[in-house]
Design a protein. Structure first.
Length: 201
C-alpha cells in the first residue's frame, strides 16, 4: 500500500469494504482519522489511525480472497445485521462482502471477496458484463411474451435494453442481460402482468 492514500482506497485495500461502501460510511460519519470525521477524498499516511464504527482498521496487507457461493433462497445479500444475512450464514472468519446481490427470493451464483478494487470493474455497466437469469413461472409461457421481453420492458423511469430471451420448458425462460438485476428480472415479469414468478436463478 503506497502512502499518502485516499481513505476510500485504503479501506478497500485493507479488505474492510469496497470503495463505494467506504464513501457511504464516510458520508454517514462512521469513519474517523485520528479521532476526526474526514471528508470524501481525504488522504491518510501510514501513521494515521483509521476507525470505522469505533473499530481500528489495520494498515497491514491482507491476503485477497475470492469466493463463489451458490446462494439459497431466503438468504439476504448484505453485511448488515439483517436476519438471515449472507455473512452470518457463511460464518466466514475474515471480513468479506458480496459483489452485487441476489434478492432474498432468488438463488444462484454470488461472488464474495475482500478485494474492493475488483468490485467496480465487475458491476459497472460500462464494462458490459452479461448476467444470465433463468426464470420459472407458474403457467405456460406464450411465444408473444418471449418476443415482448426481448425488445425491452419499461421499469420505473427507464426501459431495459433489448436482450436475448430463450424459452426452456413451457413454464420457464432464460435471459442474458447487461444492465438489469435479478430484482429487475422479476419486475420484467410482474410489469407485464402476464405470469407469476416461481423462481429466479
Amino acid at each position: 500500500m503506497e502512502y499518502p492514500i485516499r481513505i476510500n482506497k485504503f479501506l478497500s485495500e485493507s479488505g474492510f469494504c469496497s470503495r463505494r461502501k467506504a464513501d457511504e460510511y464516510i458520508e454517514r460519519g462512521k469513519v474517523t482519522i485520528n479521532g476526526k470525521v474526514p471528508e470524501l477524498g481525504t488522504k491518510i499516511m501510514e501513521t494515521d489511525e483509521v476507525q470505522v464504527d469505533g473499530k481500528v482498521v489495520s494498515h497491514s496487507p491482507i491476503q485477497k480472497l475470492y469466493i463463489a457461493f451458490n446462494k439459497p433462497v431466503g438468504i439476504v445479500c448484505t453485511s448488515e445485521n439483517d436476519e438471515n444475512n449472507i455473512i452470518d450464514f457463511l460464518n466466514f472468519k475474515q471480513c468479506i462482502y458480496t459483489i452485487g446481490r441476489l434478492d432474498k427470493a432468488s438463488h444462484g451464483l454470488i461472488l464474495l471477496t475482500n478485494d474492493g478494487d475488483i468490485v467496480n470493474p465487475i458491476l459497472r455497466t460500462s464494462y458490459n458484463h452479461e448476467k444470465e437469469y433463468w426464470v420459472t413461472v407458474r403457467q405456460t409461457i406464450q411465444p408473444d411474451f418471449i418476443e415482448k421481453m426481448s425488445t425491452g420492458v419499461a421499469i420505473l423511469d427507464t426501459v431495459t435494453k433489448p436482450c436475448v430471451v430463450k424459452q426452456r420448458p413451457v413454464n420457464s425462460w432464460r435471459t442474458s442481460v447487461i444492465t438489469t438485476s435479478a430484482r429487475s428480472a422479476a419486475r420484467l415479469v410482474t410489469t407485464r402482468r402476464t405470469v407469476v414468478i416461481s423462481a429466479v436463478v
